[in-house]
Ligand binder design. Structure first.
Ligand SMILES: Cc1cc2nc3c(=O)[nH]c(=O)nc-3n(C[C@H](O)[C@H](O)[C@H](O)COP(=O)(O)O)c2cc1C
Length: 184
C-alpha cells in the first residue's frame, strides 16, 4: 500500500506542502493612510470566538499599520484577481496607495477602521487580540463577516511556493456521513 519512494527534503521547503489555505488580501488603515498586502501564512485558531493567527513580516508596511490601529480586514479573492494579488505582494504601501494602483474599491468597515476590498467575495473585519513578537504572529478576532451568497464554492488561489498557485477544485461529500457531529 505505502509504496512512495521518499528522499530527504529541505525542512525550509516543507511549507510548500502545508501552506495551501487561500491566499488573502489584508487591508489596513491608520491616520488617513490605507494599505493592502498579500498573505498566505494564516491559520484558524478557534471558532468561538473566531480567531485567526497570521504571520506578518515586520518589514511590511502593513505590520506597522495593523499594530498601531489594532485592526485589519481579511479579504478573500478569487482566481480572477490573481494578477493583482501578486502585484500587491510585490509592492510596498510605503511607496503608493495600492487601492488606487491596482484599481480596487475600498468601502468602510462597520466594526473596524480598516477598509473592505469590494472585489473580494468575502471580507472579515478583525481586531488584533494579541501580538506575539517572537513569531511576528498576529492573533486576530473576526468581529464581523461579509460573504457573497454566490458562488457557493468560489475559485480561490492557494500558494504552493516557487510561483505556483493551486486553484480550488472539485468537492466531495462522500465521506460526510463518517464525520462525528462535532467535527462537521
Ligand atoms: C502569494 C504571496 C503570499 C504572501 N504571504 C505573506 C505572508 O503570509 N506574510 C507576510 O508577511 N508577507 C507575505 N507576502 C509578502 C507581502 O505581501 C509583501 O511583502 C507586501 O509587499 C507587503 O506589503 P506592505 O509593505 O504594503 O505591507 C506574500 C506575498 C505573496 C505574493
Amino acid at each position: 500500500m505505502a509504496n512512495y519512494q521518499k528522499q530527504d527534503f529541505p525542512t525550509d521547503q516543507v511549507r510548500r506542502f502545508l501552506e495551501p489555505g487561500p491566499v488573502v488580501l489584508v487591508s489596513s488603515a491608520w491616520r488617513g493612510e490605507r494599505n493592502i498586502m498579500t498573505m498566505g501564512w494564516h491559520m484558524v485558531m478557534e471558532f468561538e470566538p473566531s480567531l485567526i493567527g497570521c504571520y506578518i513580516w515586520a518589514e511590511n508596511h502593513s505590520f506597522d499599520l495593523i499594530r498601531k490601529s489594532r485592526c485589519c480586514v481579511i479579504n478573500v479573492p478569487e482566481v480572477k484577481l490573481a494578477g493583482k494579488v501578486v502585484g500587491i505582494g510585490n509592492t510596498s504601501g510605503r511607496e503608493c496607495d495600492k487601492f488606487q494602483k491596482f484599481g480596487l474599491t475600498a468601502s468602510p468597515g462597520s466594526r473596524v477602521e480598516a477598509p473592505l476590498v469590494d472585489e473580494c467575495f468575502a471580507n472579515f473585519e478583525c481586531r488584533l487580540v494579541e501580538f506575539i513578537s517572537r513569531y511576528s504572529l498576529f492573533v486576530l478576532e473576526v468581529v464581523k463577516a461579509h460573504v457573497a451568497s454566490t458562488p457557493q464554492y468560489p475559485k480561490t488561489i492557494h500558494y504552493r511556493g516557487d510561483g505556483v498557485f493551486m486553484l480550488s477544485g472539485s468537492n466531495t461529500s462522500r465521506y460526510r456521513r463518517r464525520f462525528k457531529a462535532g467535527n462537521l
